[in-house]
Design a protein around this ligand. Sequence first.
Ligand SMILES: *Cc1c(COP(=O)(O)O)cnc(C)c1O
Length: 393
Amino acid sequence: MRNARGTIIRPDPLPDSASRPVVTPLSPSVVYASDTPDMLDAQYEGRLQGYTYAREGHPNADVVAARLDAMEGATGGVVTGSGMAAVAAVLMGLPKAGDHVIGGNQLYGRSMRLMAEDLPRFGVATTLADPGDVAAVRAALRPETRLLLVEVVSNPSLRVADIDGLAALCREAGVLLAVDNTFTTPRGIRPFDHGADIVIHSLTKLLAGHSDATLGYAVAREPALTERIRAFAVTAGLTPSPFDCWLAERGMLSFELRHDRAQATAAVLADHLAGVAGVKRVLYPMRADHPDHARAAALLAGRGGNMVSFELDSGRAAANAFARAAEGLSFAPTLGDVGTTISHPASSSHRALSDADRVTLGLSEGFFRISVGLEDPDALCGVFSRAIETATA
Ligand SMILES: *Cc1c(COP(=O)(O)O)cnc(C)c1O
């Protein structure tokens, strides 16, 4: 248990190298040694940059944060151990008891749960409203409303929020607008350019992109707000793993290429599915028949993203047959992977809803959501055609 030079267990320095690594080193170190108490003072007082304890921050997280900051036009973003950790850090780090928070009525399931179950336990009242309808959100406002959390494109019905209208309303009412940009990514929209105050991501999805790292990110336009989000994240231990950050950085290097390829294929697949017998409807924001097409075209500047939803004109038996027949596609409730995945909201993400609520959202037993990956577009269209034909024969 001794180091190479004698009796002290830690540490020997790394061997010298005049040349530098081209890949970010992985730094799993939990603790960082400073030279003196004076040096620690300087670090804690911000006069000297230096890490102390990994829960408070570490180099691999900061590398990921800087990359995402640049993509979102932000500074000083906080990387967290999951997307939900980022949502929680915003929703629990900013409002106080007595405040009111409004959420989009089709938020990610766990965000919804945080709004419905957890914030009220801490004395924060919550209301859900349709983010596509500014008048509905206006009607939900109260004098004590502090924050509005929305997603740009809803899961899985791919409805598009009126971000510009909501930003104007929030400005007028003195309410913080937080946008979960996971689905759309900074390639689709940069919420700060549209007046958002806070941006949230699950990096687990498209940004890291390989279904092997669970991470999140949150940043506010106002540095003092970001510091409150960071303080809560550090206190609650919402810390990201250095290894996950290292994997995510590697994934982010190819994010733009992956995104654009998947998006181009999604547009092709959406049009293809619309012509397949047995498909009742296809949802893709850039299709002219999408209910929010005009808003999507303006807000997302033609970028429809990689998600496509469609509905088979049949029930659970055909849905089972389709999932079985879709050769090689993972039937898995995630999104943004390099491989195409399909999910069935009625049996997974939206299983807790009542039948009536599912009908309202149009989520029948024949409804599937596709996260388009990097496969060859023609081959992918073929897989879907054959599986749908088998399922509905
Ligand atoms: C997946 C997801 C989250 C949660 O992210 P995790 O990394 O799974 O915790 C939050 N918001 C949206 C829109 C998501 O898709």
